[in-house]
Design a protein around this ligand. Structure first.
Ligand code: NAP
Length: 303
């Protein structure tokens, strides 16, 4: 049995693993897909201290190198359930079961879906949720980005360096994103803004050919022709599978404060998965450190 099992190898999970190892805990770090989490989709990160401007994928590789240097091997599996056992916890994975004295849930959150007509049909055929991963397919073409937060504006800026034209579609008259990003977007001649618009349908034949937009004020419909649509409208937690053991908030995030303590002693929640107001790489990493410290204290007093 390990001292701590960590679910998710994004910024929070990797930081938790490093801190836990530094405190001499034995660690299982379980990742379901690709290490780095949402970070790997960030075209550039300019607010993680010490790196200046770095791509999210480069930053996640650096973090992973630190994890590996601390002697931890990543286990690839998806944890479906956590149950309490006499001396700790049983984590039931899709391929294996894991036992640990404490658990840190750092499974992040996934990209929210628009839910409009055509979104599912054209996924992978022009509809994407990752500009860094798929942007290269639209060289000298036209791409649309939906959303008004940091992710959408970063995606639009990234695509403006690849595509001939980028259409930024947002449902309100102002962006939620940082002012600096809004200014950068305004300076780009090949980014055209469609404010007060929602996407009512994504259209195409065998691939996307455009989108039907609705003016939220007048209800007027228009069609924008484009070759790809990048959806960046925020995050959605994936915590239903943990609701039997830890309390979730109204939105499905795990209830936990700055100390990352959940409603169940011995289980901690770190990063985007927990109820918090500011979801950044740096705040996820900070959570990872706090959760690891919580696990160390829990093991010292209970095991
Ligand atoms: P976000 O900040 O929650 O923004 C989501 C955007 O999508 C909002 O503009 C929202 O519109 C819009 N939206 C939501 N549902 C929609 C719908 N059904 N139809 C149309 N538009 C919809 O999400 P995010 O940009 O993915 O960022 C998530 C978190 O990560 C944020 O805390 C963000 O600051 C952080 N982040 C940080 C960085 C960085 O520091 N470099 C980079 C990326 C993300 P409204 O504005 O009208 O609500």
């Amino acid at each position: 049995m390990k001292d701590v099992a960590i679910i998710g190898a994004g910024a929070a999970g990797m930081t938790a693993a490093i801190y836990a190892r530094q405190a001499s805990l034995s660690v299982t770090l379980i990742e379901g897909y690709v290490c780095g989490g949402q970070m790997i989709g960030a075209p550039f990160v300019e607010n993680y201290p010490g790196y200046g401007s770095v791509s999210g994928s480069e930053l996640s590789v650096k973090m992973l190198e630190d994890v590996e240097r601390s002697g931890i091997k990543i286990t690839y599996d998806t944890v479906m359930k956590i149950s309490k056992e006499e001396n700790g916890f049983l984590l039931s994975g899709k391929t294996e079961d894991y036992r640990a004295r404490s658990a840190i849930i750092a499974n992040g959150a996934s990209r929210r879906k628009l839910g409009c007509l055509g979104e599912g049909e054209f996924f992978g055929k022009g509809v994407s949720y990752c500009a860094v991963c798929d942007g290269g397919l639209y060289k000298n073409k036209r791409a649309a980005v939906v959303g008004g937060g940091n992710s959408a504006l970063e995606d639009a800026l990234w695509l403006s360096g690849i595509c001939d034209e980028v259409y930024l579609i947002h449902r309100r008259g102002e962006f939620r994103a940082d002012e600096k990003l809004s200014l950068l977007v305004s300076e780009k001649k090949n980014i055209k803004k469609f404010m007060f618009r929602t996407v009512s349908e994504i259209i195409g034949d065998d691939r996307v050919t455009g989108a039907r937009l609705e003016d939220v004020e007048s209800g007027k419909l228009e069609t924008v022709e484009c070759d790809g649509i990048f959806i960046a409208i925020g995050l959605k937690p994936e915590n239903k599978r943990f609701e039997d053991i830890v309390e979730l908030d109204h939105y499905g995030y795990i209830r936990a404060g700055e100390d990352c303590l959940t409603s169940h002693s011995g289980i901690f929640a770190a990063g985007d998965t927990r109820s918090k107001s500011f979801r950044q790489i740096v705040t996820a990493a900070a959570d990872g450190a706090a959760a690891a410290r919580g696990a160390v204290e829990y093991i010292r007093s209970n095991c």
